[in-house]
Write a protein of this length. Structure first.
Lengths: 286, 661
């Protein structure tokens, strides 16, 4: 199994632990990731909220690069995934856009590479194979899986899981021996980049997510997006101060938890770089 | 050579104010075959008609053309005029120079004059070829089949039976009563649904003119208006109802419990069961799929306990046939499967998110909770109840585009019942619009508001379970902000959709199903209970969502139509139907699938040609009772053997030539 790997800017900066754990887990599971040479910005927020053409042209360039490698693309970040999928659909359906994009990028887009979220890639493994690789099952861990708003919506763009009650991550957690709790906030918004422009909104949204996760009885939140993880993890101190709450909810990437279950050393999964300590979760991997 | 009279009508100024009618009459007088051409202010009036009769006599006319309005308006009028003059009424042709000409071209009278003459020429060209036509008659079987034993079928059956005709009522469930008998109280008068419907059910079972087949399905319908032959499959109940006394001991002792369909899974029933205490007939059936004896081969408790030896495990399905003259389809509705479509409401995972029908059972004194409103999850009394309207209705993305019509009112009733039965309860109703067109409906809705129900205008985007509460999140579009309610129970007003077997029934009786799955009536306003198939009528919610008053009214209307039909000894058939020229028919059979009414079939005839041995040949044959004269077979016929009388190929070609050449 071989994929063109599109890490996106977060995984080279604020979300290094997602990159690290992704590479570790994929290599342990026999998924070969080859980083797309000379990849560029995916066209997320700053591009797509200012220029429609830019928001298609940027991903078009990356899609073309991956197409040259002859591989499908694995994308860990939900926003990158969303942008690449959107652009692909737009380019496939609209010849006018294709021509404009060719004019600004200087290369003609061809639909060769299929875009898959990293979650989808890992979940496409045979469940029995995955289970056979588990050496330290996460017995007793109660996790709530958080998909955020972009990973499974809108369904005509993403389409790999149910937009109202997604199960892909839940099933992976179950395969790792953890209990995936049913809860109501799987696909709520974390506030995303509002955290920069209007923090009050983000604080409230994150507070609600943490509150519902806590009421559901979760030991940790599981994320599949660097921005979600960052909002949920890094803002807890601030939220506790603002709302008088006492959240200490570890927020892990699904790759980190799978890594633990596969027996990979916590340090190699970046588990030390979280704001809320993850040591309590590491203990579940026995 | 035909002798044609042309009569140009002024229609006051409708035609006469635009074109020169005397000139038109004079020009028409020059057309081939025309021996008289005249005009008059109002041809349809008494003096106008009399002038036609006089002219027929004076000028020995044998064809009549009237140039006036649409044949939809006065073709019948003038046909009768011809009949009064002793002429075959089908030797008449109409030229529509009002709707098709002067009304639409009143700003360009010269062109209208030319077009009028073209239209009259067309009519004259056809009139030259007209043949006298004679209606035939078919006998009438004075019995009626009613399919479906809900309130619509019950009402139609009783009305027809009371008029003195025999009725066969077929119901697929073990009891009649349908959806209505499951309801608690009915809006807006709050009378008890069972109290008003069970007496009617009893009347059905005791009526000397009604034969009731429950646990039975219509398997096939052959024939045509006045002469249907219906095949009915009676499912094996494994209980000999002629021996059974309905004592109920068998269902008490039966060891197998399964969810009760009648209570929508809110309680259990036994494998041998009477659906509910007032069922008609009040005799049990064995559900073989769940019966211990049928699944394991051991048990027979019911047989041992039955003192009249009515249990018969060897019973088989039986097929019977009945002859009827008319059919009323009253197959009703079922509720939209919201759980498959609405993930945001939990896909049916949360036990305390129920439909309005579940609520009816929960609030019903004869229901599983004895009329106490309880949450299905923990039997506690809900303090906060949220109602969501239009779940599957008015939602083309997830459900149906149409409004289900009854939900606004029953939700208001449910809200009223919660507030009445649970002191201090909070009721929130999320709605798109509140629609209350009906006698006493708006008043009832206003009363519910004054009872304390909170109406929130907006849709619910999400329901999720948090602890033992259901968090309902929606928007208040009047305030323009999101709202969240922590509810104990949520009741969904899920859309009405047609019954699951409707396609099969529709195919058997040759009635169209519309885009939403309802049966298509012949005309939405003027023929609401008839269908395009003669002798087949619709009643109740199989034709579209309806509340009880409308259902009963429509059922009685269908019954009136049936009685009108059955009151005749025989039926005159429209002579303008297809006919086969068997001499040139090649027997290719293309007309058979082309016919939407299954009126054409192939048959073998023996030809005797002098000097040759008799030989057999396959040709098409038209059943005059079924043919509606649509002409589809005519188009499909390659050798031109199929002709619609009154619209023959020669006539049509002559008309086209008259206008185009």
């Amino acid at each position: 199994m071989k994929y063109a790997y599109y890490p996106g800017c977060s995984l080279h900066a604020t979300a290094r632990e997602y990159d690290q754990s992704t590479r570790e887990v994929c290599s342990a599971l026999g998924i070969e990731l080859i980083e797309i040479p000379d990849w560029s910005c995916c066209g997320a927020t700053s591009a797509h909220s200012t220029s429609h053409l830019l928001s298609v042209a940027l991903p078009a360039r990356n899609l073309t690069l991956a197409g040259k490698m002859g591989l499908d693309i694995a994308v860990p970040c939900a926003a990158c995934y969303q942008r690449l999928r959107y652009a692909q659909i737009e380019l496939d359906q609209n010849e006018g856009v294709r021509e404009k994009v060719a004019a600004v990028t200087g290369t003609v887009y061809e639909n060769k590479a299929d875009v898959k979220s990293l979650l989808e890639v890992v979940a496409s493994l045979d469940p029995e194979y995955l289970k056979s690789k588990i050496v330290r099952p996460l017995d007793g861990l109660k996790a709530v899986c958080y998909y955020g708003c972009l990973l499974v919506r809108p369904p005509r763009v993403t389409g790999f899981d149910d937009p109202e009650d997604p199960q892909t991550m839940d099933n992976l957690m179950r395969a790792c021996g953890a209990e995936a709790l049913d809860w109501g906030y799987k696909t709520e918004c974390c506030g995303a980049s509002m955290g920069i422009s209007n923090e009050a909104i983000t604080l409230k949204l994150v507070r609600d997510i943490l509150q519902v996760a806590e009421k559901a009885g979760a030991d940790c939140l599981v994320a599949a997006c660097p921005l979600c993880q960052s909002n949920l993890d890094s803002r807890q101190t601030h939220i506790n101060r603002a709302f008088g709450t006492g959240f200490k909810m570890p927020v892990l990437y699904f790759t980190q938890l799978i890594g633990l279950a596969l027996g990979i050393e916590p340090a190699r999964l970046g588990l030390k770089s979280h704001f809320v300590a993850t040591a309590g979760i590491v203990k579940f991997a026995t | 050579m035909p002798r044609i009279g042309v009569f140009v009508c002024w229609c006051g100024s409708n035609i006469g104010g635009v074109i020169d009618c005397p000139k038109l009459a004079a020009d028409a007088g020059e057309l081939p075959g025309v021996v008289l051409s005249t005009e008059y202010k109002y041809m349809c009036s008494e003096p106008g008609q009399n002038s036609i009769i006089q002219a027929i006599r004076d000028h020995r006319l044998d064809r009549v053309v009237v140039a006036s309005c649409s044949p939809r308006l006065h073709e019948e009028t003038f046909r009768k005029t011809l009949a009064r003059a002793g002429l075959n009424p089908y030797l008449f042709e109409m030229a529509n120079i009002r709707e098709h000409c002067t009304w639409v071209h009143n700003k360009e009278p010269e062109k209208a004059q030319v077009k009028s003459l073209a239209l009259v020429s067309r009519a004259v060209a056809k009139a030259n070829l007209l043949e006298p036509l004679f209606p035939s008659s078919i006998p009438m079987t004075k019995r009626c089949l009613v399919i479906g034993g809900g309130i619509a079928g019950i009402q139609a059956a009783l009305d027809v039976a009371d008029a003195g005709h025999e009725v066969i009522l077929v119901e697929k469930e073990p009891t009649i009563g349908g959806n209505m008998v499951k309801l608690d109280k009915t809006f807006p008068t709050l009378d008890c649904s069972a109290c008003i419907s069970t007496p009617k059910m009893v009347s059905v079972s005791t009526h000397p003119n009604i034969t009731l087949y429950t646990y039975s399905e219509v398997a096939g319908v052959d024939g045509y208006i006045g002469n249907f032959e219906v095949t009915i499959r009676r499912k094996a109940s494994y209980v000999d109802h002629s021996e059974c006394t309905g004592c109920g001991d068998c269902q008490t002792k039966c060891p197998t419990k399964v969810p009760s369909e009648f209570n929508l899974g809110l309680s259990t029933r036994k494998a041998i069961y009477i659906p509910f205490p007032q069922a008609v007939p009040n005799k049990p059936v064995i559900d073989a799929a769940n019966c211990r004896y049928f699944t394991t081969g051991k048990c027979k408790v019911c047989q041992k306990i039955c003192t009249t030896e009515a249990i018969d495990y060897e019973q088989q399905d039986t097929v019977i046939t009945e002859k009827v003259g008319a059919i009323v389809v009253a197959t009703g509705y079922q509720l939209f499967d919201w759980a498959a479509a609405y993930g945001e409401y939990g896909y049916g995972r949360y036990p305390d998110v129920v439909t309005g029908m579940h609520f009816e059972r929960l609030v019903n004194a004869a229901g599983p909770t004895g009329g106490k409103i309880q949450r299905p999850s923990d039997q506690s009394e809900p303090k906060t109840v949220v109602f969501i309207k239009c779940v599957g209705s008015r939602d083309p993305a997830k459900g149906k585009e149409y409004c289900s019509r009854a939900c606004c009112m029953y939700t208001a009733k449910h809200a009223h019942q919660v507030l009445e039965k649970i002191p201090g309860a909070n009721v929130y109703i999320f709605y798109i619009d509140v629609r209350t067109p009906g006698k006493g409906y708006e008043e009832f809705y206003q009363r519910t508001i004054s009872d304390g129900a909170v109406y929130v205008r907006g849709r619910v985007s999400k329901i999720y379970q948090m602890g033992d509460k259901l968090v309902v999140r929606g928007s208040d579009t009047l305030l323009g902000r999101p709202v969240e309610v922590e509810a104990d129970m949520v009741v969904l007003a899920s859309a009405m959709v047609s019954s699951s077997g409707i396609q099969d029934v529709a195919r058997m009786v040759s009635v169209q199903v519309d885009k939403d799955g309802w049966l298509q009536e012949a005309h939405p306003k003027l023929r609401p209970v008839e269908t395009h198939t003669g002798g087949v009528f619709v009643a109740g919610s199989c034709q579209g969502p309806k509340d009880i008053p409308d259902t009963v009214a429509q059922a009685s209307a269908a019954a009136a139509k049936v009685c009108g039909l059955l009151s005749r000894e025989e039926l005159a058939t429209d002579p303008m139907i297809s006919t086969v020229n068997q001499a040139i028919c090649t027997g290719c059979g293309l007309c058979v699938p082309a016919c939407p009414y299954q009126a054409v079939e192939l048959k073998t005839i023996t030809e005797r040609i002098p000097g040759h041995a008799p030989r057999e040949r396959t040709v098409a044959d038209v059943n005059s009772g079924l043919c509606q004269g649509c002409g589809a077979c005519n188009v499909a016929c390659r050798p031109g053997a199929m002709q619609v009388k009154g619209f023959t190929n020669d006539e049509l070609v002559a008309e086209v030539d008259a206008i185009c050449l």
